[in-house]
Write a protein that binds this ligand. Structure first.
Ligand code: PRP
Ligand code: URA
Length: 206
């Protein structure tokens, strides 16, 4: 399984502002989307394309077109990354997986699922925080349970080593794309140094 840390200077710059506790939700939302643009582009850099002929005003040229894509944000926080995918790829189909971690057990509780057909398509699972990895792993399992995707890529903003290890154990076929792999989890399952609760900061529910 591969872990790609997107180390473009812009990604580092945006992540620093997201980490900053003084960044208010309105700015946080804008920066999260901007960072997600960089992450999604990197996650799809090796997406297979098909060759077609295209008529220019002068002659026929060879061109390439994208295969079918699906974005699956894990609610709620994954919504902060969705617009990046839909703006870059307007034809992308969108599915939703609702998961919320139980505060005591840290296990993800499923409360919603609506997926488009995934078989033969390339699926991006979007969840900004890969902490214990329970939610990311459950999200990928849900996608696999819905069909036979051509590929699944997991895109997050910050990963913890524990989450990377969980994904490696459960979904070694799913590459991870992230802006950072942080140091560790604290006793409450939060990533250190991290950026706090992404969903709360995105939606102002702190
Ligand atoms: C957060 C985050 C991930 C999950 C990561 O969601 O968005 O989905 O925690 O933790 P894990 O790797 O230990 O499973 P949360 O459950 O807080 O719900 P929210 O997105 O509605 O805020
Ligand atoms: N979910 C978050 O939003 N932040 C963390 O650090 C861990 C899980």
């Amino acid at each position: 399984m591969s872990v790609t840390v997107v180390d473009h200077p812009l990604a580092g710059h945006l992540l620093t502002s997201l980490r900053d506790r003084a960044t208010p939700p309105a700015v946080f939302r804008t920066l999260a989307k901007r960072l997600a643009l960089a992450l999604v582009l990197e996650a799809l850099h090796d997406l297979p394309t098909a060759e077609i002929d295209v008529q220019t005003p002068l002659e026929t040229a060879k061109g390439r077109v994208l295969g079918e894509l699906v974005a699956v944000p894990i609610l709620r926080a994954g919504l902060g990354m969705l617009e990046a995918a839909t703006e870059l790829f307007p034809e992308i189909a969108v599915g939703y997986i609702g998961l919320e971690r139980d505060e005591a057990s840290l296990q993800p509780q499923s409360y919603y699922r609506k997926l488009p057909p995934v078989s033969g398509r390339h699926v991006l699972v979007l969840d900004p925080m890969l902490a214990t990895g329970g939610s990311g792993s459950a999200g990928c399992s849900a996608v696999k349970g819905a069909g036979e995707p051509a590929s699944i890529r997991f895109v997050c903003v910050v990963a913890a080593p524990e989450g990377v290890a969980r994904m490696q154990a459960d979904h070694p076929d799913v590459p991870i794309f992230t802006a950072a792999v942080d140091r560790q989890l604290n006793d409450h399952g939060y990533i250190l140094p991290g950026l706090g609760d992404f969903g709360d900061r995105l939606f102002g529910t702190e």
